[in-house]
Design a binder for this molecule. Structure first.
Ligand SMILES: C[S@@+](CC[C@H](N)C(=O)[O-])C[C@H]1O[C@@H](n2cnc3c(N)ncnc32)[C@H](O)[C@@H]1O
Length: 362
């Protein structure tokens, strides 16, 4: 089985059971997994569809030829499969180690059963509010997914982990930024991995595109990952290695993901220049989400002088604090020992591409 080792990560390309056989006993502080949900429909015909049909927006080009396996079980098989793999994982987990399993409403009872059957103490359910989902007449929207969690025996209050939220609100990853059909937002995973003390080892043997691993790199944790699909494994490897390198390039860490330069008039607010137009709340919310995930934002506008100051104050009043204003990031200037006239960014966002770069329609 292919195995890659870096300073803070060990990654395996292979089936979850085979990956687990490779681990030492016990070396893991927390198991955090996002398994194939065997979901996507209430009826068995829907459940048997491929993951593209079940989890991707119909007509979307993204993920068309990249469905993944182990996602077509009925509830009985799914419970047994999960029980077996969680039991094997428990043998590699330290006493008091935690276990978190993502799931949607359909197999939520199965996960609670499997977690306990694998010998863990069930501690609760945290909620991921995706903020949107398909509306249906006369029904509540299924806009949440769940994190069923428990521990290996006792869970003392003093174990180097503070008070954590039980509700996480982050929109889905915009298609233009996706690596995986069912990718979890990085900002969400950075909050979830906090259940493991800083410096601890997190295990995810269904890592997909490696979001859990990236979250670990950016928050000072170590990571063991497994993934069956070679292409996803390669994506995960690249993302995790990049994240590990990034956190050491920028002294002080913090985990830089991407640098964006964002326009003001027409993008963050309706264009009524020189006045400031009505706020584009969805764009502002998407920028705040991206900042929480580690992205950096430079305000990039033709405004100068008092008009610029008004724009900065207006943004700050909405919680939007920029890393630089019409300038390079201070750490980029330090890194390259000059302040180039062209503002450096990975993406330049204005009203024409906000949909592609931030996933927001305006
Ligand atoms: C729901 S996805 C994980 C997505 C991930 N959280 C992300 O953000 O990219 C589940 C992954 O488990 C992988 N998988 C399915 N069966 C597996 C098995 N038996 N062993 C290891 N990985 C498996 C699939 O290929 C898929 O990429």
């Amino acid at each position: 089985m292919e195995r890659i080792t870096t300073d803070r990560a060990r990654l395996y390309c292979g089936d979850c059971f085979r990956v687990l056989e490779e681990l030492r006993e016990p070396e893991v502080d927390g198991v955090i997994i996002d398994p194939p949900y065997s979901s996507g429909g209430t009826f068995s015909t829907m459940r048997k569809g491929d993951t593209y049909k079940k989890y991707c927006r119909s007509g979307s080009e993204f993920g068309k030829d990249k469905s993944f396996t182990d996602d077509n079980m009925d509830m009985r098989s799914f419970t047994l499969f999960l029980r077996e793999v969680l039991f094997s994982a428990r043998l590699k987990t330290k006493d008091q180690g935690v276990c978190c399993v993502f799931i949607d409403f359909r197999n939520l009872p199965a996960v609670a059963d499997a977690l306990q059957m694998a010998g863990r103490i069930w501690r609760g359910i945290a909620v991921w509010d995706k903020k949107s989902s398909r509306p249906q007449m006369g029904r509540f929207k299924n806009q949440c997914e769940y994190i069923v969690w428990g521990s290996n025996g006792d869970l003392p209050l003093e174990r180097g982990v503070g008070v954590l939220d039980g509700l996480f609100s982050y929109g889905n990853v915009p298609t233009a930024k996706r690596y995986h059909q069912t990718e979890k937002p990085l900002a969400l995973m950075k909050q979830v991995v906090e259940i493991v003390p800083a410096g601890g080892v997190v295990l995810d043997f269904f890592m997909g595109s490696g979001t859990t691993g990236v979250a670990c790199m950016e928050t000072g944790r170590r990571f063991i990952g497994g993934e069956l699909d070679k292409e996803y494994f390669n994506t995960a490897r690249r993302r995790i290695e990049d994240a590990e390198n990034q956190t050491s390039i920028f002294a002080g860490g913090g985990g830089v993901l991407l640098i964006y330069a964002i326009d003001f008039d027409g993008t963050l607010c309706v264009d009524r220049y020189p006045a400031i137009g009505e706020p584009r709340e969805d764009v502002i919310a998407a920028v705040l989400d991206a900042q929480r995930a580690g992205d950096r934002f430079i305000l990039w506008t033709c405004r100068v002088g008092s008009r610029l100051e008004e724009a900065v104050a207006w943004s700050e009043a909405r919680g939007l604090v920029f890393d630089a204003v019409n300038d390079n990031l201070p750490d980029m200037i330090a890194l390259y020992k000059n302040n180039c006239r062209k503002v450096f960014a990975d993406g330049y966002i204005d009203d024409r591409n906000v949909r592609d770069l931030l996933g927001v329609e305006i």
